[in-house]
Design a protein around this ligand. Structure first.
Ligand SMILES: NC(=O)c1ccc[n+]([C@@H]2O[C@H](COP(=O)([O-])OP(=O)(O)OC[C@H]3O[C@@H](n4cnc5c(N)ncnc54)[C@H](O)[C@@H]3O)[C@@H](O)[C@H]2O)c1
Length: 315
């Protein structure tokens, strides 16, 4: 059993990670200021042994009484609408927040794991992206608040590793979906499911033949734990390398929801991002991990969640 601090534990990924840690017998202290997360994601844990929630902004000094075995730094706005609305906060949690979380790990002699992102690869010229690719990021564009915050996060983490001998893990997370995503995160899986459940047309940009890859959250969290428990510093890509077209996704969503929504084609945006797809060679060979949950099952479980929120009038 270990005592683990999870920053951002009231968010989508952090709350699932908290569940997985508690389920295996670890104690968890969540630090979260709820800027993009929600207590709804943790309400099922109220009163559970070994679980503590602290409402705290990790860009402010962080202190946690008692022993700590691991600090998992997951706090950061994550979806484009969120980080574009919170540009300075995003840079601060990636810089000052990471510094505070690293300081906590160092003071406690704890292992440190941080959530980085496929966005460190920017608009990549290499497909799929291996960890050895250094990326192609615009340092001053609107998205730089997120991309550069995460690149700085990785740099600071490696500096603590090299300078202070801190035991660190860096996970580069690719697009993930599942229950507890924000219903308005602007991502295509969420858009399609919400549109289908409301009986609205599903918006398809272009002819729908462009591809995306998304990893179901349970697979993703299993990857986090494999990295945390293993001997490799990383960075290691964790995501799903199976691609599907937007038309295929729309078909799955319509089948799962039983919706009679139509498809509405709109012109492809000029800046429609080229797809990032993880090269999972390292995750497979070093961690013995790979995604296993198929799109149909993932969409079914995500749909159940959103249907429940709609029925309860919560969204
Ligand atoms: N969801 C994805 O597909 C994805 C992809 C790549 C990387 N990531 C990374 O994974 C992590 C979690 O992402 P998510 O999708 O769960 O996002 P989320 O917004 O659901 O969760 C982030 C959590 O961090 C909290 N937070 C933000 N700033 C904070 C601060 N200053 N102090 C304390 N808490 C703060 C928020 O309130 C929220 O609960 C982020 O670091 C994100 O960059 C996510």
């Amino acid at each position: 059993m270990a005592r683990v601090v999870v920053t951002g534990g009231a968010g989508f990924l952090g709350s699932h990670l908290t569940d997985a840690l508690l389920d295996r017998g670890d104690e968890v202290v969540v630090l979260d200021n709820l800027v993009t997360g929600s207590l709804r994601n943790l309400q099922h844990l109220a009163g559970r042994d070994g679980f503590t929630f602290v409402n705290h902004d990790v860009t402010e000094p962080v202190s946690v009484p008692g022993e700590v075995d691991a600090v998992l730094h997951f706090a950061s706005p994550a979806s484009p609408p969120a980080y574009l609305a919170l540009p300075v906060e995003t840079l601060m949690v990636g810089s000052r927040g990471t510094h505070n979380a690293l300081g906590l790990a160092r003071a406690k002699g704890a292992r440190f794991m941080v959530s980085s992102t496929s966005e460190v690869y920017g608009d990549p010229s290499v497909h799929p992206q291996p960890e050895s690719y250094w990326g192609n990021v615009n340092p001053i564009g609107p998205r730089s608040v997120y991309d550069e915050a995460k690149r700085f996060t990785e740099a600071l983490t490696m500096a603590y590793h090299r300078t202070h001998g801190l035991d660190v893990r860096i996970v580069r997370i690719f697009n993930t979906y599942g229950p507890r995503m924000q219903h308005d995160d602007g991502r295509v899986v969420t858009n399609f499911i919400m549109q289908a459940l409301k009986g609205e047309p599903l918006t398809i940009y272009g002819d729908g033949s462009q591809t995306r890859s998304f990893c179901f959250v349970d697979d993703e969290v299993r990857g986090f734990l494999a990295l945390l428990d293993g001997d490799h510093t990383g960075p290691i890509n964790i995501g799903n390398d199976g691609e599907f077209t937007m038309l295929e996704l729309a078909e799955v969503v319509l089948e799962v929801t039983g919706s009679s929504s139509t498809l509405e084609h709109r012109p492809l945006p000029v800046d429609d991002p080229r797809q990032r797809r993880p090269d999972l060679t390292l995750a497979r060979s070093l961690l013995g991990w790979e995604p296993t949950i198929a799109l149909h099952e993932g969409v079914t479980r995500t749909t159940e969640y959103f249907r429940g929120l709609l029925d309860a009038g919560e969204i």
